[in-house]
Design a protein around this ligand. Structure first.
Ligand code: ADP
Length: 508
């Protein structure tokens, strides 16, 4: 179809490709844009394949028709098509986005550019019109807008470059209490506390966002009703294709619940720390108290023991069997009490005295323990490399080993013969040495493994197995003071293996 008008005004600068024919060929091969000419009154004068594709008319159907045919009735009634031509005539150019109609009456979202076309003498001979179908983009934008608008958990809104609110979603209404009508056009500093506004925080947020692209903070914000909420705020700068700032988007979350929870946890942690400090203080006082009581009990105890021994020896003939039985009970009780006082003193001394650590030969420490217990080393299987030494406090280590061996010998069925095995082994890595004491005794159920290391925790009555319940507490505290580790493997009826680990100090 030959155009009735020259399109000189649209022609690119002079070049080999600058002829009308080539240029027309270019326009006629474009399918993504409707490019056509209007006469000065607005009648369609040319038509390209893009126009046919987008608007559905063939050239034969449309040429000569007025271009207002592409406008919805309301626009036509308002004189929009004529207004656009007037603007283009006056300014040379008009650009618009809006709904336009196809031949079948369906709408499409169009980007429209109308250009005044002049002849070579500068007289207007018509208009060039370029129309793009942006329906898909428009729908995608609409979907996104609907999505944002319907989000309830986040306040999502936009600001112009001055910080005035330009859009408002459902979440913003829910969280801040304002409807879109009430708040659009107002400044976002409205949501800040008076102190934050005075401190210039709103301006600061926009300044950082425009400089760095992004600003994120937590802080108190104020709802319409004046109540406050703790918020997480993200401000993002919005820039156009040229990079100029056009506004900001703002996403605010109400995280008051989380903040309260964290505050509560912190408060709880502080209270716990305080309680622990108080308890430690009380423990120290209690230990000091029990130490001095135990200490002071020793003298009267010695008197009870001494006088009951004297009674038994010097007055035996004057007492009958019952009397002697009572005296024996007193002697035994005084002995037990003496042991208890001694253990308590050992235990509390371990908590106070500084332990000077030195190298201690392990097999010698075991030998000393056996000697202390009055046990024959031959009755116990001992496998310890005599060269191994650990870093320890010798007397304390000897006491620990004694406690383990005496338990190993003590806790067995009445008619069974105790079998005890002691062995030492360097641990993988070569830095520590583990000393294990194994017995064939009654064993300990797993649920008691931790408990028995506490003071006075015993699993049996004194009639079945005598003891004070302090031996393993001494082991625990002593090993702790010597930077070691301890533990056990045991099950009921299967014997027990108690072990301690200390830093290896060489082979002496
Ligand atoms: P004591 O031996 O004076 O009772 P301990 O503190 O040494 O106190 O031990 C605490 C408890 O652990 C014992 O009363 C006993 O019930 C249990 N126990 C300790 N060693 C053994 C063992 N080798 N076999 C079985 N039970 C044990």
């Amino acid at each position: 179809m030959a155009p009735r008008y020259s399109i000189t005004a649209l022609r690119p600068p002079e070049s080999a490709l600058g002829s009308d024919r080539v240029f027309r060929y270019l326009v006629e091969s474009v399918r993504d844009y409707a490019i056509f000419l209007l006469d000065p009154k607005g009648h369609v004068a040319t038509w390209n394949p893009g126009a046919e594709r987008i608007k559905q008319y063939t050239a034969g159907e449309i040429i000569g028709k007025h271009f207002s045919i592409f406008y919805p009735t309301a626009d036509r009634d308002n004189g929009k098509p004529e207004m656009e031509l007037t603007v283009a005539t006056q300014t040379g150019r008009f650009e618009d986005e809006g709904w336009r109609l196809r031949k079948d009456g369906t709408r499409f979202w169009a980007n429209v550019i109308i250009i005044r076309v002049n002849d070579e003498d500068g007289n207007q001979i018509g208009f060039g019109k370029i129309t793009r179908d942006l329906t898909d983009r428009r729908l995608a934008e609409q979907r996104l807008r609907l999505l944002i608008e319907s989000v309830e958990d986040y306040a999502i809104y936009s600001l112009d470059t001055n910080g005035n609110i330009t859009s408002w979603n459902l979440g913003a209404e829910r969280i801040k209490g304002y409807t879109a009508n009430e708040i659009i056009g107002r400044h976002f500093s409205q949501f800040y506390t008076r102190e934050d506004v005075a401190a210039g925080l709103p301006e600061h947020a926009l300044e950082i966002a425009s400089r760095e692209g992004h600003y994120e903070r937590e802080g108190w914000r104020v709802r319409k009703d004046g109540s406050k909420f703790w918020s997480n705020v993200v401000v993002t700068a919005i820039r156009d294709d040229e990079g100029s700032l056009v506004g900001f988007s703002k996403v605010t979350r109400d995280i008051t619940d989380r903040k309260n929870l964290i505050d509560q946890l912190n408060q709880h942690a502080r209270e716990l720390e305080l309680q622990i400090a108080e308890r430690e203080q009380t423990n120290l006082e209690l230990e000091a108290f029990s130490y001095s009581v135990s200490h002071d009990l020793r003298a009267p105890l010695r008197a009870i023991g001494g006088f009951s021994d004297a009674l038994k020896e010097d007055y035996a003939e004057k007492l009958d069997q019952t009397g002697i039985g009572y005296v024996n009970e007193i002697i035994a009780a005084a002995g037990r009490m003496n042991q208890l006082v001694q253990d308590l003193l050992d235990y509390s001394r371990l908590g106070r005295a500084a332990l000077g650590l030195q190298t201690v030969n392990v097999s010698q420490a075991v030998a000393k323990s056996l000697q202390q217990l009055g046990e024959d080393p031959a009755s116990i299987a001992i496998e310890i490399d005599t060269r191994y030494a650990v870093l320890a406090h010798e007397a304390t280590l000897v006491q620990v080993i004694s406690n383990l061996i005496s338990n190993a010998i003590k806790f067995h069925e009445k008619n069974a013969e105790p079998q005890v095995r002691i062995w030492g082994a360097v641990q993988p890595g070569g830095n520590t040495m583990r000393l294990s004491v194994r017995d064939n005794g009654i064993g300990i159920a797993a649920q008691h493994h931790e408990r028995i290391f506490q003071v006075f925790e015993r699993l049996h009555d004194r009639e079945s197995f005598p003891g004070t319940g302090i031996g393993l507490a001494i082991v625990k505290r002593a090993i702790h003071r010597m930077d070691g580790a301890y533990g056990l493997e045991s099950a009921v009826g299967q014997g027990s293996t108690f072990w301690i680990e200390l830093p290896l100090y060489g082979r002496k």
